[in-house]
Design a protein around this ligand. Structure first.
Ligand code: 3EB
Length: 329
């Protein structure tokens, strides 16, 4: 079906010329998409290099032929099993984030239904100044409102929510990329955490609509798409101001999600070291060295990883981790 891997940035041109590639994501100083080559996505999240990881790109490759299209501002590629889509919205002023988000989500929901890939599996959301208050509402919370309005207008069901992350980038533009399929994945929650869609309203006036992970059985092996995972137990942030302890709590949450996924449907994934790769968002570059050693201990030193300097959606969170797993069969 498809694979996702971190590759050396020096190989980028080769991937962009390769017809099997669904998308190439590069990380740096600006957020942009490219009309000339719609598979090229840039996100304003600077990479942090612990070793020689500083210049990594993320490459999505299909194992089946791809058809491509563009519809209502959304570029997409399909291979018969998945649809990979992305869009970049210029916000019309800072206070317009809920409207921009609602519009983006409504466009995505309409597109995936029209295209026959109506089951969203995983969504990545990036926009600047995520912790800034505008009209007394933090922009992350305003984003949650817009997303909720769009899903609400389409009559969503809690057990059909996609896995997701919402991360603060460093340049203008709301960038969303996502994958969708013809049939649902299996939602996985975390017994250590209150489901985000049931958070009390002190975190956002409308609840964050995502599941902790989606387990998707494909014909050629299952995938687990884990949402952005952080140092939250119940619904509260733990270990404020302590990056190492936040990391350890996050690793415990990832372990709990993996254990739950295995109960939903065994996929061969039993330990953190089996994950395919990690995307680690850090609020403070200064935490990198300590955390990289923690990642070695918890996930094994062979674990592929990329560190991105980012604002996390709660002001008291210092890090968040995105994880992906592909069953090898
Ligand atoms: C949390 O667990 C941390 O709003 O889409 C993680 C993943 C978080 C996704 C989202 C937010 C989102 O609540 C924040």
């Amino acid at each position: 079906n498809f694979t996702v891997a971190l590759e050396a940035a020096s190989t980028e041109q080769r991937w962009l010329n390769d017809d099997s590639v669904l998308a190439v994501l590069r990380f740096g100083t600006h957020t942009a998409t490219n009309r000339g080559n719609p598979r090229e996505i840039s996100i304003a999240l600077p990479t942090l290099g612990a070793r020689n990881d500083a210049s990594l790109i993320e490459v999505w490759r299909s194992t089946a032929p791809i058809a491509r299209g563009n519809d209502t501002g959304i570029s997409y590629a399909t291979n018969g099993a998945i649809l990979f889509g992305h869009l970049l919205i210029e916000e019309g002023g800072e206070g317009e984030l809920p409207t921009a988000t609602r519009g983006a989500y409504l466009a995505i929901l309409r597109l995936v239904e029209r295209a026959g890939y109506s089951r969203l599996l995983r969504m990545w959301n990036y926009f600047p100044a995520i912790n800034r208050d505008v009209d007394e509402l933090e922009r992350y919370r305003a984003f949650c409102v817009g997303r909720h309005e769009a899903f609400g207008a389409r009559g969503f069901e809690e057990h059909r929510l996609a896995a997701a992350c919402a991360v603060g980038s460093r340049a203008p533009g709301l960038l969303i990329y996502f994958i969708a399929a013809r049939e649902s994945g299996l939602p996985v929650e975390n017994p250590r955490q209150v489901s985000a869609y049931r958070y009390p309203d002190c975190y956002a006036p409308r609840s964050p609509l995502f599941s902790r992970a989606i387990l998707k059985p494909w014909r050629d092996g299952a995938h687990l798409y884990v949402s952005g995972t952080a140092s939250i137990v119940g619904h509260c942030t733990c270990h404020v101001d302590n990056a190492v302890e936040q990391f350890r709590e996050t690793a415990r949450n990832l372990e709990a999600v993996i254990a739950t996924a295995n109960r939903v449907r065994p996929s061969g994934l039993t330990s953190l070291a089996q994950l395919s790769h990690l995307k680690i968002y850090l609020r403070r570059a200064a935490d990198l060295a300590l955390l990289d050693a923690e990642v070695d201990r918890a996930f094994g030193s062979a674990m592929p990883r990329i560190y991105l300097l980012a604002e996390i959606c709660r002001r008291d969170l210092l890090l968040e981790i995105d994880a992906f797993y592909a069953e090898a069969i």
